[in-house]
Write a protein that binds this ligand. Structure first.
Ligand code: ZN
Length: 197
């Protein structure tokens, strides 16, 4: 549970990270927290990397198409210049931001802002993704959300790419990725390997 920031007398903000695989509900959780802050009459804004152009240019849209207005930015530094009067800042698809993002989030939190960051914790190869590991280290609150394994129904934490392409920055769609548990991920990645001679 997260309490909405109560009043102006609170000087320091904090950082929340919501991470997980594809289809784990990260963006839904970010939107839920932002909407609650709105209900509490707080000024909010959501930023996302301009690279994320899957759907509408200026909206954060989750896979279930719930849209909340958002601002695309080219670098994490831009967030510092563009947040205006917001006291709650959401950052979506944070894995695609540059390595300055943790510093920027710290700076915002030090200025009294509640920063909610959502992003993929691992790329499709199972490696920690971009600035997310560093953000997990500096955040006050970390929530890891899980998808359901498409092959066995257990909790899934891996985003398995179902087409072969080594490019890390390939944006997710249902037909490109499937969430898998560790066991099924190991089995699936072995399927891609050429047969041993
Ligand atoms: Zn499984």
């Amino acid at each position: 549970m997260f309490l909405e920031k109560s009043s102006k007398e609170q000087k320091a903000g904090w950082i929340e990270v919501v991470c997980g695989s594809m289809f784990s509900g990260k963006t839904e959780e970010l939107i839920r927290r932002i909407k609650r802050a709105n209900i509490a009459q707080q000024q909010t804004v959501i930023f996302k990397p301009s690279i994320d152009t899957r759907y509408a240019e200026e909206d954060v849209v989750s896979h279930d198409r719930r849209a909340v207005e958002s601002i695309p930015v080219n670098s994490s530094e831009q967030i510092l210049l563009m947040y205006g009067d917001a006291t709650v800042i959401g950052i979506d698809e944070a894995q695609f931001f540059d390595d300055e993002l943790p510093r920027v989030c710290n700076q915002l939190a030090n200025r009294g802002i509640r920063v909610i960051v959502a992003g993929l914790d691992m790329d499709f190869q199972g490696n920690p993704f971009g600035p997310i590991p560093a953000l997990l280290a500096i955040a006050e609150y970390v929530t890891k959300v899980h998808a359901i394994c498409m092959r066995c129904g257990k909790l899934a934490q891996f985003s398995h790419r179902t087409v072969s392409n080594d490019k890390i920055v390939m944006l997710g769609e249902t037909d490109t990725y499937e969430p898998l548990c560790r066991e099924c991920y190991i089995a699936a990645t072995q399927e891609h390997k050429p047969p041993a001679r």
